[in-house]
Design a protein around this ligand. Sequence first.
Ligand SMILES: [Zn+2]
Length: 61
Amino acid sequence: MPSCPICGKAADPAYRPFCSARCKQVDLSRWLNEVYRVPADTPTDDLPDDSPSRPNEPTTN
Ligand SMILES: [Zn+2]
C-alpha cells in the first residue's frame, strides 16, 4: 500500500495515491501553484494598469 504523498498516511484506493479527498485537493492546489509559477521569466502583471494596450487604435464608430 503506497503512502499518501501529502501526509504520509496509508493511501485510500478511492483517492489513490492519496489518503483522502482533502489530501488530493491539497496536492492539486500545490500543482496549480507550480503551474502558475512557471512563467516567471516573462512577468506579464508588471505593467501599470493605466498603460494603454492599443495607443493608436482607430475608432470606427
Ligand atoms: Zn493524506
